[in-house]
Design a protein around this ligand. Sequence first.
Ligand code: PSU
Ligand code: MN
Length: 305
Amino acid sequence: MSDYLEISPEIKYALADGQPVVALESTIITHGMPYPQNLETALAVEQVVRDNGAVPATIAVMGGKCHVGVAGETLEDLARTGLEAAKASRRDLAAILVKGLTAGTTVATTMQIAAMAGIRVFATGGIGGVHRGAESTFDISADLTELSQTPVAVVCAGAKSILDIPKTLEVLESNGVPVIGYGTDAFPAFFARESGYGVDYRLDTPQEVAALIATQAALNMAGGVLVANPIPEADALDADEINGRIAAAIADAERQGVTRKDLTPYLLNRIFELTDGKSLVANIALVKNNAAVAARIAAALVKTH
Ligand code: PSU
Ligand code: MN
């Protein structure tokens, strides 16, 4: 495994020293946001992790290695590469390593690589899930499977309604994934603080979430935890308005025949266009908010043993 892992010296030291580390994904950089906002956001999110007492570990695949701690010029190159980079989900990883391609890692693959490196907390924007119409397309993100088998806690702002939220929650339940509302009883809908659906359990402090992660580990449970952290009130978008734009984006995707792994990036970009960039401003705010919470959870977690 170590033949394929390249951990930066800072992160290697932090892990060996028992310091809190937070994993960050890179599909959000390559496929989730345009340049240069993707680079600015990646840097800002790393700073938020540091400000909240943890070491950031941005993860991507390049040159036949899984890189943990992508920074400086390498991060800039990745951000500029954007959609030209591959999108690495679990099933892509070995092929991308063999071919030596550059890839952003999805939630699934970032979890996988974080677990290999010994990182247990991960911050992102939103997870992949069950797409609308999945009853005929079977389009269900590998993120949901990964959450069932890899012991990493994922802090996200819920799932945006490009997805079928109730079906996503059902699959998480089938997969044995605890869905925690961070300071809320409502499952958040990414741009909006509520989706109309609830969470299994509400926890209000980083210490409580850390205790849950530690308990799952003590029970030798294989899977992860989904920590759903609503977008801050001030940054939330009007639910009806954004849902209208999302519906329009989905209709456009159908008209253009966009499917499979291109669907999520297409929808994100189309929603950006249809909201005159408002979706991007909200997206950046919620990712930073998740990074802060993840850092505090990671800091609490290293104190549990
Ligand atoms: N949802 C977002 N922004 C994103 C993604 C999802 O709001 O950038 C990315 C994440 O990397 C996620 C991936 O893991 O899309 C899911 O893709 P798919 O549905 O093809 O599994
Ligand atoms: Mn898919």
